[in-house]
Design a protein around this ligand. Structure first.
Ligand code: PGA
Length: 219
């Protein structure tokens, strides 16, 4: 792939002052890379405002993703952040991450509702599946394949296998497909050279801005 989608997933990491340092580092990347690739930063709710303001003020070519949305619309749901609220800050939202399916018991039914909410408010869902047979709800165009064994383990799927699965996913619908799971600066190219892999979703390695810069440069 020539133009690659690179998603940094900060998960439940970074305070605002830590994010500031991270972004200052990321800005050292040669501007041409921001135009060559699509860079999306997926951040906790508490950092959405900071990133939105910084991106706007400094005219950075970075898109923002939220890491979650409520399955409910606006209403009496104490503690929930809904898609309409997220849309004020971000254009993308992660839905279906294994950490949410496992730790927060998010079922296919809940994930479907979240996708519907995202669609209703024009947020693009980055829908994450762990197996090629996992259900992909209608309204999804961007799928990330992240095998559980590869997440945070330092043990990525082989790029051959990831390519095979990306193709399998594409045969089911008109999807762009990302690979995620232990992607780093050393292995990113193995995935992005594959015909059916449109980009990568990076967790641990994106926490260090310099490593994320190298991932972007090597992609
Ligand atoms: P990892 O995480 O890069 O640390 O394996 C990927 C993810 O969970 O999105």
């Amino acid at each position: 792939m020539d133009r690659v989608i690179l998603v940094a997933n900060l998960k439940s990491h970074k305070t605002e002052s830590e994010a500031k340092i991270w972004l200052e580092e990321l800005k050292k990347l040669d501007k041409s890379f921001f135009f060559r690739h699509e860079i999306i930063v997926s951040v906790p709710f508490t950092l959405l405002d900071f990133f939105k303001r910084s991106i706007h003020e400094e005219k950075l070519k970075i898109s923002l993703a939220a890491e979650n949305i409520s399955e409910f619309d606006e209403g009496p749901y104490t503690g929930e952040v809904n898609a309409k609220q997220i849309k004020e800050f971000a254009d993308f939202v992660l839905i279906g991450h294994s950490e949410r399916r496992t730790n927060f018991n998010e079922s296919n039914e809940v994930l479907l509702k979240k996708v519907q909410m995202a669609n209703k408010y024009n947020l693009v869902p980055i829908f994450i599946i762990q197996n090629p047979t996992d259900l992909i709800p209608q309204g999804v165009e961007l799928v990330a394949y992240e095998p559980i064994s590869a997440i945070g383990s330092g043990n990525p799927e082989s790029s051959e296998k990831a390519e095979e699965i990306a193709l399998e996913i594409k045969q089911k619908g008109n999807y762009s497909v990302l690979y995620g799971g232990s992607v780093n600066a050393g292995n990113v190219k193995e995935f992005t050279v594959k015909e059916n892999i449109d980009g990568v979703l990076v967790g641990s390695a994106s926490l260090d801005a310099q490593e994320f810069i190298k991932i972007i440069q090597n992609a």
